[in-house]
Design a protein around this ligand. Structure first.
Ligand code: SF4
Length: 388
């Protein structure tokens, strides 16, 4: 058994127009207090996983690269003192290109970050300005080269497609540029218009119009073709990697690995320890720390949180949903062992029309989305879910 840690760093220098992640732009004065509160939380919760070896430690945000090397080192010291790091533990830092300098990159490499996930989003300067990103395309390219030169060779770049004013040639240029850099991993997400964001207001007022469905589909096809032609494996709907470089952390979310999330707004998950626990005490638990930095600082390592015990239906739906997003698909034998034959038979009955029409395939005991169906995956998956 393995476990994962997620550390939420809730600071950003400014807000991007599409973002609904929990972060604050007024946090600089609170950074030192946040680091201390975070370290306290990590110390106090270590007993939740005992000596379970860590598969991964992931610093996400917000903007983790806003922390100084000394602050990151302080956090990593607590991780290595209280948890079981191994030589195989994947250590990832999310970074914004404007925070990457030869000094920060060298410091991150020296403290053991083997993987950096860089929030590039697009290489088009007008689109970067539209999104209110702080970097330009020249800085994004320079950041990748700098990290690589400093010895961080496992580099991921995030892109967004379906943006307002993002033509197909513009997105193809993004892909060409990303894949010409020394990167091992690409995550590409379709733009979501989340309520409450400046983007949602601009769309509602008619000032911006996201790409229409046909253009989004063309973007996605271009993405799949470009990554394939460069030897990347398409291992999850939105994730592509060179062979051997699939994110161990992301993969853990999809295969039900236990994880502890620290910091305001961070989520944790504990699977049931045994079949008998699943029968008696629920099908795993999810916990979410309250997304409130001020309250987090006051709580001195014991933040308020909400917790949910999963029902069998919720656990089944999550298993089906996450597995179908992966290239490997949903293996039916373990699903049957876990949830019973009648539920799997019922799933296969619902899958039948999609198998017939080529949206799903069933090979070697695995149910998988076909490449053509990825853009309608929500509809297919909705048919396979059980009522909760
Ligand atoms: S830098 Fe990242 S977390 Fe911060 S506002 Fe932009 S997208 Fe959101």
């Amino acid at each position: 058994m393995e476990a994962m840690l997620y550390i939420h760093v809730p600071f950003c220098r400014s807000r991007c127009i599409y973002c609904d992640f929990y972060s604050t732009t007024h946090g600089a004065a609170h950074r030192a207090a946040y680091v201390e509160a975070l370290c306290r939380e990590m110390e106090q919760r270590a007993e939740e996983i005992g000596h379970t070896p860590l598969r991964s430690v992931y610093f996400g945000g917000g903007t983790p690269s806003q922390l100084s090397p000394a602050e990151l080192e302080r956090i990593l010291n607590v991780v290595s003192r209280c948890y079981s790091l191994t030589s195989a533990t994947e250590l990832t830092l999310e970074a914004n290109p404007d925070d990457v300098t030869p000094q920060t990159a060298a410091a991150w490499a020296a403290m053991g970050f083997g993987r950096v996930s860089l929030g590039v989003q697009t290489f088009s300067d007008p689109l970067l300005r539209l999104l209110r990103r702080r970097h330009d395309s020249r800085q994004a390219c320079a950041a990748v080269e700098t990290l690589h030169r400093c010895g961080i060779s496992n580099l991921s770049v995030d892109l967004i497609y379906g943006l307002p004013q993002q033509s197909l040639p513009l997105f193809r240029a993004d892909l060409r540029q990303a894949l010409s850099l020394p990167v091992t991993h690409l995550s590409a997400y379709c733009l979501m218009v989340s309520s409450g964001t400046p983007l949602a207001r601009a769309v509602a007022e008619g000032r911006l119009r996201p790409a229409d469905e046909d253009l989004v589909l063309a973007h996605y096809k271009a993405l799949v073709e470009a990554t394939r032609s460069q030897g990347f494996e398409h291992y999850e709907v939105s994730n592509f990697s060179r062979p051997g470089y699939a994110s161990r952390h992301n993969t853990g979310y999809w295969d039900g690995t236990l994880y502890l999330g620290f910091g305001p707004g961070a989520h944790s998950y504990a699977p049931p320890r045994s079949a008998s626990e699943a029968d008696g005490a629920g099908w795993g638990t999810r916990r979410a720390n309250d997304a409130d930095l001020t309250a987090y600082l006051r709580a001195d390592g014991c933040p308020s949180f909400s917790e949910e015990t999963l029902t069998k239906e919720a656990a089944f739906n999550e298993t089906v949903f996450t597995a179908l997003r992966t290239r490997a698909g949903l293996p039916l034998a373990p699903l049957t062992a876990r949830f019973g034959r009648p539920w799997v038979d019922s799933l296969l009955r619902e899958a039948e029309p999609h198998l017939r029409d080529g949206r799903l395939s069933l090979r070697a005991g695995c149910l998988a989305l076909t490449a053509e169906a990825v853009m309608v995956s929500d509809t297919v998956m909705a048919d396979l879910m059980r009522a909760e």
